[in-house]
Write a protein that binds this ligand. Structure first.
Ligand SMILES: Nc1nc2c(ncn2[C@@H]2O[C@H](COP(=O)(O)OP(=O)(O)OP(=O)(O)O)[C@@H](O)[C@H]2O)c(=O)[nH]1
Ligand SMILES: [Mg+2]
Length: 330
């Protein structure tokens, strides 16, 4: 037994031995992992705890499979809210939960040890006058449950997180892409028009995390030189808040959406809450978002913003731009 274990550890260890169900054991194991001091003398013990962790995870998974109809405890779908649904995806410990906690009001579990997240956590991230729905997920690994991939398949944008303090960021990236590939999910550049294929194709951004740590800058450069044409790479730190300010804009561009405002004829020019639509939408699409009947009924619209002059009359197939203000005429 390695030296210098705190009394709380010994106490938790006893509870661990007495625990009956794998769920109970996992809870206590989580405490044990947090209580082990980090030094050379406890290295073996920490490896042992991780092994136990993996075994318990597997046991719980087997148990769930047996319970007919449990299907990942009902996490297969999360209703879309706000201007877009973004999943935080990555290897164990890369900083997914920390990022969610840094940019939303959500309070996910954050821990020094891997596999700390085992259920989805949702948070709303404000950006200018809209909000994005972020979903923090358990990590990609051999233990990833099918519902994690279901949620990734359903989202609008994947944020693939890579730990910039890792010794091998490039390998980590390929490992993450590999797990997704196995689940038949292929990530593409957020501006790519490719949407169909033998696998589910998902637009993605790469987020380099923990940019405050040593050698992060070097690893960021390495990552960028490797995949710059494949994905946009953004660097952030949940600790120093570096890059978090630009993240909203990156997500907005990643989602490929536009905000359109409306006013009634005769009302002053004022931008209230926007309608959010896919980029490339027409004036008719905006009308349809307001009311199906309006889309059939209106004759033309006036546009303030992208048009040549303010309040210009445009036809039904006019393509709206982000920030446009529309006025419908019947
Ligand atoms: N220095 C530094 N540490 C960070 C940063 N983000 C996360 N960490 C640390 O990295 C560890 C893992 O963070 P989590 O946010 O739990 O990582 P995760 O990806 O959610 O982990 P799993 O849910 O287990 O896959 C914790 O010890 C965090 O404090 C960061 O920006 N800078
Ligand atoms: Mg987590």
């Amino acid at each position: 037994m390695p030296a210098n274990l705190p009394p709380e550890y010994i106490e938790a260890e006893l509870r661990f031995r007495a625990a009956k169900s794998p769920q109970e054991k996992l809870e206590i194991l989580r405490e044990l992992m947090a209580l082990v001091p980090k030094h050379k003398g406890t290295e073996k013990l920490r490896v042992e705890l991780k092994r136990k962790w993996a075994k318990l995870q597997e046991e719980i998974q087997q148990q769930q499979k047996k319970q007919k109809g449990s299907r990942g405890a009902g996490y297969d779908h999360i209703g879309r809210e706000g201007a877009g649904q973004i999943t935080l995806v990555g290897l164990p410990n890369c900083g997914k939960s920390s990022l969610l906690a840094a940019v939303t009001n959500a309070k996910p579990e954050i821990a020094e040890y891997p596999f700390s997240t085992f259920r989805p956590t949702v948070g709303m991230m404000p950006f200018e006058d809209i909000q994005f729905q972020l979903i923090d997920l358990p990590p990609l690994s051999e233990f990833t449950e099918p519902w994690v991939y279901s949620l990734i398949r359903q989202c609008d944008l994947v944020a693939l997180l890579i730990d910039l303090s890792s010794e091998t960021p490039a390998e980590d990236l390929f490992a993450a892409l590999g797990w997704l590939e196995q689940a038949r999910i292929r990530l593409v550049h957020h501006q790519s028009r490719e949407r169909e294929g033998p696998a589910t194709v998902k637009p993605a951004l790469v987020i380099g995390t923990k940019s405050d740590l040593p050698s992060a800058a070097e690893h960021l450069q390495e990552l960028r030189s490797l995949i710059d044409s494949q994905f946009r790479v953004v660097a952030v730190s949940a600790v120093s808040a570096e890059g978090l300010g630009e993240l909203g804009r990156a997500f907005f561009e990643g989602l490929n959406i536009v905000r359109v405002y409306t006013k009634k004829p005769g009302q002053p020019i004022k931008r209230d809450l926007p309608y959010v639509l896919p980029a490339g939408s027409t004036v008719t699409d905006v009308a349809r978002a307001i009311h199906k009947e309006l889309a059939e009924r209106f004759a033309y619209a006036r546009v303030w913003g992208s048009s040549e002059f303010p309040g210009q009359r445009v036809e039904r197939n006019y393509i709206v731009r982000d920030g446009d203000l529309l006025e419908f005429h019947e």
